[in-house]
Design a protein around this ligand. Structure first.
Ligand code: NAD
Length: 360
């Protein structure tokens, strides 16, 4: 039976790169039925909403979505589609693998890391009080009544809340991913030496969860030290699990280590739904020109295959992508050392080359 998948083509270069991913997924022989849904500015123009309820309903029904990048309309009260999707569907795990592909310009040649970022809480949740407002004054007065450390009355305040429930499920997710994908080590990243209660709680929960997975090694690193170690000796690490804000920053660091936006896939995963997408945006300047690099979107498709248990197909896609990039001929301009557009392959030519490689 075919897998039912919601396909959101997206805005800008979205339709081109998601069409590439769809073609590559279909070429693996795994059967798919696509439920095509519009979101972003395309949906805004047609339905007056960047995220029509029908899109959420489709993902809830199918449990899996492949999503092209969406343009965030500038100005005026639009809800962020990504945040809305994440919260409505409880997509609590953001998964960002970072692996070097031979042929992509990068200072590193052997990175193979996976960042698992908690998606729902932490400072990133946006519980904030603007400086000088009555609400901030009340919050600060309450803090100063209860805490030995005082907050200045002129301060803006952001709240960092970490729960044992969310910490447990994200760390469990990281270990389950390790087991399912044959990985060896999970590292919890935190600042528990300073934030003893919030990050301390995250670390304590991580240590407890680790006991349930004796076949996977576990250690922890303080986030600043982690950044230095990643730059100096990334080969020591494997899966990194962390609260939301550290994950936001470290996953861009690891994407930079492997050569950036064109090749970096991601997924937002919950217990009932999962959304797979490139980390890059809709690059409006390149829309409709058939020049965008489809790799990140295709690799997001490989993550989708892995998620539904089609491991052989996922590996075949990753191998085909790696072979085409390593050969260096049928690659888009951004993967060429000279960035010469006249010699570069188009989006469709690179996709065709990947599909041809799949057949070898
Ligand atoms: P962007 O990722 O769209 O583009 C930044 C630059 O990266 C581009 O100018 C281009 O040079 C390059 N680039 C990105 N993807 C590429 C590809 N596949 N192939 C070749 N080059 C590529 O980031 P931005 O310009 O900050 O954002 C543009 C729009 O995308 C905004 O509306 C933003 O809100 C949105 N956005 C959406 C998502 C998402 O839907 N997940 C993520 C990021 C940004």
């Amino acid at each position: 039976m075919a897998y039912q998948v919601t396909l959101i083509p997206g805005d800008g270069i979205g339709p081109e790169v998601s069409s590439s991913a769809r073609r590559v997924l279909e070429a693996t022989g795994v059967p798919f039925e696509w439920d095509i849904q519009e979101a972003g500015v395309t949906a805004l123009e047609k339905h007056g909403d960047v995220l029509p309820d029908s899109v959420i309903a489709s993902i809830q029904r199918n449990g899996i979505a492949l999503k092209g990048p969406l343009t965030t309309p500038v100005g005026g009260g639009f809800r962020s589609v990504n945040v809305a999707l994440r919260h409505t569907l409880d997509l609590y795990a953001n998964l960002r693998p970072a692996r070097t592909y031979k042929g992509v310009q990068s200072p590193y040649d052997d990175v193979d890391l996976v960042v698992v970022r908690e998606n729902m809480e932490d400072l990133y949740a946006g519980v904030e009080f603007d400086a000088g407002t009555p609400a901030a004054a009340e919050v600060i007065a309450e803090i100063n009544k209860r805490s030995a450390k005082k907050v200045s009355e002129s301060a803006a305040v952001s709240i960092k809340a970490i729960t044992p429930e969310n910490s447990r499920r994200i760390v469990r997710f990281a270990f389950d991913y390790a087991v399912k994908n044959g990985r060896r080590l999970v590292t919890a990243v935190h600042k528990a030496n300073i934030m003893k209660f919030t990050d301390g709680l995250f670390l304590k929960v991580a240590q407890e969860v680790a006991q349930d997975y004796p076949s996977i090694e576990f250690n922890d690193r303080i986030v600043d030290n982690m950044c230095m170690q990643l730059v100096q000796k990334p080969e020591l690490y494997d899966i990194l699990v962390m609260p939301n804000l550290y994950g936001d920053i470290l996953s861009d660091l690891t994407a930079g280590m492997i050569g950036g936006l064109g090749v970096a896939p991601s997924a937002n995963i919950g217990d009932r739904a999962a959304v797979f997408e490139a980390i890059h945006g809709s690059a409006p300047a390149y829309a409709g020109q058939n020049v965008a690099n489809p790799t990140a979107m295709i690799l997001s498709g490989a993550m989708l295959l892995r998620h539904i248990g089609e491991m052989a197909a996922a590996e075949a896609v990753e191998r085909a992508v790696a072979a085409v990039i390593a050969a260096g001929e049928k690659v888009t301009y951004d993967l060429r050392p000279d960035r010469d557009r006249t010699k570069a392959a188009s989006t469709t030519e690179m996709t065709d080359a990947i599909i041809a490689e799949l057949g070898r």
